[in-house]
Design a protein around this ligand. Structure first.
Ligand SMILES: Cc1cc2nc3c(=O)[nH]c(=O)nc-3n(C[C@H](O)[C@H](O)[C@H](O)COP(=O)(O)O)c2cc1C
Length: 360
């Protein structure tokens, strides 16, 4: 692991060596990837939305066995058992709680009382203002080019609006893969970068090799944002299945949707009551229709079919546009070393362009 080359408000806040975050990706961000990132000096985040409560506890224990460095857990703030999962983080001394949606102020307060850094992900400046006013310690902002659920505004435009709106550390995500990106984000005023697709494509990620090859072969225009999988804009690789979903009516999609919902209920161990409670919470939080909720419940299974089982005819592969710029599979350590070293060089070069003001 290289020495610390960049010190930012984020590295100070979290206690990591490098301002690089491996983001929480369902079915992808497991113990090996998270501990690989942590041991390389970055912040690795476990994705817990696709884990049962017991699986999350096992995953936390496994990360702690593999590293003594800080790491985080990504939680669904709208899940019915979110408070129980937060208690787990407290019990195990997890350093960072990352949230896909805004957590309740009381939850933020409880986590902070126990010294946990709270870092929700947001997609608009007004949401950053809201969570900052509730006590969030940092935010991660994801621009439209990012993988998974995403918004319409690119990182280059969204990031300055968020930086202008809050004075807590901001981590920029969406489209980052190398040192130039980290240098650019820090020059904007961000305190670090978060990378999803780039970490999915490392040797430490558990995604099957054949699936990694499918990603690596893709170009810059080979992703698509579709709302046909779960009713929310979701960026993924364009595959035959996605094209079909885009063309098929909601009625014809319903049969396979219900099958996958049943499968998710079985593997997640959730009761119908639990699913319904989650569904009601999601509907309240996001104003979705009941049809969209049925779709939402089967999304995890479609992602699992693609990312775990490697079946691209039955599953979807969430991905950022940045996939078109990635053509190798480094270890987490190789990746972080080159991103940080490259950024430090780029920042020095850029600083050399600035002329001394006359008279100084
Ligand atoms: C395969 C995949 C799965 C993802 N799953 C989640 C998730 O479970 N929770 C979440 O908050 N974000 C999720 N995301 C979004 C990422 O955490 C991250 O914000 C995004 O990938 C950043 O953009 P990039 O891919 O251009 O680096 C996912 C992204 C990908 C590519």
């Amino acid at each position: 692991m290289i020495e610390q080359l960049l010190r930012t408000p984020f590295t100070d806040l979290v206690g990591v060596r490098h301002p690089v975050v491996q983001t929480g990706m369902g079915w992808v961000s497991g113990p090996r990837l998270v501990s690989g990132t942590a041991n390389a000096g970055g912040l690795g985040i476990l994705a817990s939305a696709t884990m049962t409560f017991e699986e999350l506890e096992q995953a936390i224990v496994e990360v702690k066995a593999r590293t003594d460095q800080p790491f985080g857990v990504n939680l669904r703030a709208d899940a019915a058992d979110a408070p129980d999962r937060c208690r787990l983080l407290i019990e195990h001394g997890v350093r960072v709680a990352s949230f896909a949606l805004a957590p309740k102020p009381e939850l933020i307060a409880t986590l902070k009382e126990h010294g946990i850094v709270v870092m929700p992900s947001i997609g608009a400046a007004k949401h950053a203002v809201k969570v900052a006013s509730w006590g969030a310690d940092a935010v991660m902002v994801q621009g439209g080019e990012g993988g998974g659920h995403t918004g319409p505004v690119p990182t280059t435009l969204l990031l300055p609006t968020v930086l202008d709106a809050v004075d807590i550390p901001v981590v920029a995500a969406g489209g980052f893969f190398d040192g130039r990106g980290l240098a650019a984000a820090l020059s904007y005023g961000a305190a670090g970068v978060g990378m999803g697709t780039r970490f999915l494509l490392t040797q430490d990620s558990a995604v099957p090799d054949a699936v990694k090859q499918v990603y690596i072969e893709r170009g810059l225009t080979d992703t698509v944002v579709t709302a046909k999988v779960d009713g929310m804009p979701h960026r993924m690789l364009r595959t035959e299945l996605v094209d079909e979903l885009e063309e098929t009516s909601a009625v014809r999609r319903m049969g396979p949707t219900m099958r996958r919902t049943l499968e998710f209920k079985r593997t997640s161990g959730m009761s119908w009551l639990g699913l319904a409670r989650d569904g009601r919470a999601m509907k309240k939080a996001q104003g979705r229709t009941l049809g969209q909720l049925a779709l939402a419940a089967n999304t995890p299974m479609m992602l699992k079919a693609g990312l775990v089982d490697g079946d691209t005819s039955a599953g979807v592969l969430a991905s950022g546009q940045v996939v078109g710029l990635i053509d190798d599979l480094p270890t987490c350590e190789e990746l972080i070393d080159r991103v940080v070293t490259g950024a430090a060089d780029d920042l020095r070069r850029a600083a050399s362009y600035a002329l001394d003001a006359p008279g100084t």
